[in-house]
Design a protein. Structure first.
Length: 126
């Protein structure tokens, strides 16, 4: 759960708006801002190279982790589930179920996450 605390701490730091190119030492890329709380939504860079990618955002006093996967060839994104952690890093709720985000609006969090994921793995056309 140390990672959850690290993400929570990082979410309080100011990030450059909608950064989608990861530097070699970056752990997270900001892909958007929560419209209600005005806190950053972060893509875990390490997860780009795995089958499931992860987004993190502050949720109350804790953290929300959203798991998703993409098809770069088809420019599609599916949400696979979400987990809520309290301020101590303990899992308090988890949901599963595959939902496609469609349409993907340019400039949206989904579009930014899809683009960052596909560019991160150097997918053709991205």
């Amino acid at each position: 759960m140390k990672r959850v605390f690290a993400v929570l701490a990082l979410s309080c730091v100011a990030f450059s708006p909608l950064a989608v190119q990861a530097q070699s030492n970056q752990k997270f890329i900001q892909v958007g801002v929560d419209a209600d709380t005005e806190t950053p939504i972060l893509l875990e860079v390490e997860s780009i190279y795995k089958r499931r990618q992860k987004l993190y955002q502050k949720y109350g006093t804790g953290m929300k982790e959203t798991t998703f996967h993409v098809s770069c060839a088809e420019a599609r994104l599916w949400i696979d589930g979400a987990a809520l952690y309290n301020s101590r890093g303990q899992l308090v709720d988890k949901s599963t179920g595959k939902t496609e985000i469609t349409p993907i609006t340019p400039g949206s969090i989904a579009a930014n996450a899809l683009g960052a994921s596909c560019r991160g793995v150097r997918a053709q056309g991205w």
